[in-house]
Design a protein around this ligand. Structure first.
Ligand SMILES: C[S@@+](CC[C@H](N)C(=O)[O-])C[C@H]1O[C@@H](n2cnc3c(N)ncnc32)[C@H](O)[C@@H]1O
Length: 159
């Protein structure tokens, strides 16, 4: 979710040769650029059957319901205008027992120049809990540049 570019997909594709990936984004320019890259770049061209670019929305993933084993949100959660609604549509897109993986930074752990839209750790955890996600794992990520990232693995068992 909120892929922005194909950098992360590149890493995923070269590490795994079986999985299917859907790049979700809301920004029109980024969507267009990703569509071009996934068509022209040889890495994507040879894996074209495993890669799709999907237009999302403020309150929707734009993804098919009950389809995904995992949804990844990397450095994008704090940009969601309506996080509770987005979490509901994420639940719809996940299969029962599916997982939501989130890499996020928080304003209370900000070191140096941080995005002004960051939210607090407590607010983040509260929104996920209220949406019905179960926290399986929380991990602080060591960043060589000294930036504080956290990783979360949540499961959703279905309603
Ligand atoms: C800081 S960028 C992170 C990009 C990328 N995930 C990364 O780690 O480099 C956040 C992205 O989230 C996207 N975004 C914001 N709201 C969104 C939404 N409702 N659905 C999908 N993407 C969204 C923005 O357009 C932006 O490209």
């Amino acid at each position: 979710m909120g892929a922005y570019d194909t950098d992360f997909l590149r890493q995923l594709l070269t590490r795994n040769h079986r999985l299917y990936y859907y790049l979700n984004e809301i920004d029109e320019v980024a969507l267009e650029q990703m569509a071009i890259e996934t068509t022209l770049d040889p890495l994507f061209y040879t894996n074209h059957h495993r890669v799709s670019v999907v237009r999302g929305g403020v309150s929707t993933t734009g993804l098919l319901p009950n389809t995904f084993d995992k949804i990844i949100i990397r450095n994008a959660f704090h940009h969601f205008e309506n996080a509770p609604s987005m979490l509901v549509t994420i639940q719809t897109s996940l299969k029962a027992g599916g997982e939501l993986l989130i890499k996020e930074a928080f304003k209370d752990q900000c070191v140096g120049d941080c995005c002004t839209e960051l939210i607090s750790t407590n607010k983040f955890k509260q929104v996920l809990q209220e949406a019905g996600f179960e926290l399986l794992r929380e991990q602080v990520l060591i960043d060589p540049n000294g930036f504080n990232w956290s990783f979360f693995r949540y499961s959703y068992q279905g309603s």
